[in-house]
Design a protein around this ligand. Sequence first.
Ligand SMILES: C[S@@+](CC[C@H](N)C(=O)[O-])C[C@H]1O[C@@H](n2cnc3c(N)ncnc32)[C@H](O)[C@@H]1O
Length: 446
Amino acid sequence: MENRIGNKIKPDTEVRTQKIEPDTEIRIQNREINLELKKQNKETDKVESQLNAEIGIKDGNRTEKATELLQKPEIDSDRFFKFIDSSIQGLKEYRLIVSALELGVFEALRTPLPAGDLAEKLGCDPVLMPHFCEALLSLGFLDRFEEGIDKEGEKAQIVKRDEAVSQDKGKSEIGSKSHDNRKKNGGAVYFVSELSATYLLESSTFSQQHYLAERLRNVERWARLPQIMKQGPDIVEKEPFFGEIVHCMAENARCGLLQETVKVVMENVDFTNVKRLLDIGGGHGLYAIAFSKLNEDLQAFVFDLPPVTGKTRYFVDKYGASRVDIIPGDFFKDEIGSNYDLIFSSFNPGGKVPSLIPKLAEALNPGGIFVTRQMPDEKMKSSPFLSLDWNLWTFEGVKKGGSGYSFENSIPFTEYIEVLGNYGLEVFHQLDLKDGSRTVFARKTT
Ligand SMILES: C[S@@+](CC[C@H](N)C(=O)[O-])C[C@H]1O[C@@H](n2cnc3c(N)ncnc32)[C@H](O)[C@@H]1O
């Protein structure tokens, strides 16, 4: 800043203490200068006070900013970060397993291998592979031993693994032969764990390959969530959908649900009186197949949509079920047959449709039993994710119901159970299974 006489002035006390000589001639000038200086000083004071004020404000801001900086959110951040991090961790774990399947890691590790050899075999990056294997190990999908260490323990583990995959009808390469063959280059050697050998190897009795493929399609749908939210539900073709889902349900059922269901039905129905059984919407037909295997005099029928019955045929042949016949048809339109002693209905889309009850009741012999299983609606309602998931897709021209597993023409399962009585089907027992589904037993009384 400059004063009018060109001197540089600083907005500080130096200017205010400047001395003027008391000479007359100069006095006038000095007075003028004084006046000027006073004016300047006033301006300087103004500037100074302004600056001080500004500094004050800045200080205030600094204080404010410091306070803001040290302030914590009122809502605990742990909840937020834990939620995001655990969701993403789940996604990573899922991607790891799916990638291992895609790369053929589990099949390759039927023979124990060091990570380097595995990388070479699968054409993968040798630096990444040990990390990949360790991550799978941490989830229990691989096992590991150290080459040359704890030979006895190692052998025991391999024998154990061999037993785990023995259900592969002897196809497993794991055993003493592969043990001898593996590289003797030291370090960690990886092999399939019991978990992956049981559920992920293609040849395992309990392989969940179709189930995982179905889960992948579901994840892919969720990846398009913003698009679906704008454009509406995916339109899915009924027959290919059921064809796939039926294989997936067969794999799932083999892991406990089939055994539990068959046991419960056998305990609550006198099979000495059951000669003809209909598994309606039976899909894979495993229930009909199991009932026929357990009851020598039983003739079972699986009714399903024509394109889906190819899958039924596959399972009937697989288990050599000579007393299981297949009836292709649409239960909403076609005849379902007659003179049945037992009709078994599990998770089929007609299972909560009241307009189908007269058809079912009519197809039963007097005293015949209707066994029906569905997920109770209250369970669906309490799961907004399930309801959203269910509503992200539909069949052409079909409207879904409000909650999961319900359609426009269906009613809540509890209401459906009550309606059975109107058609002479008297409910005599109902129970919930481990998967949360409800199984209802009714007898035709008229
Ligand atoms: C969810 S799966 C259930 C399969 C099997 N009952 C189970 O519990 O594992 C539904 C079955 O109903 C069959 N289905 C659906 N609509 C049908 C219709 N209109 N007529 C005959 N079967 C039908 C499907 O093809 C599929 O096999």
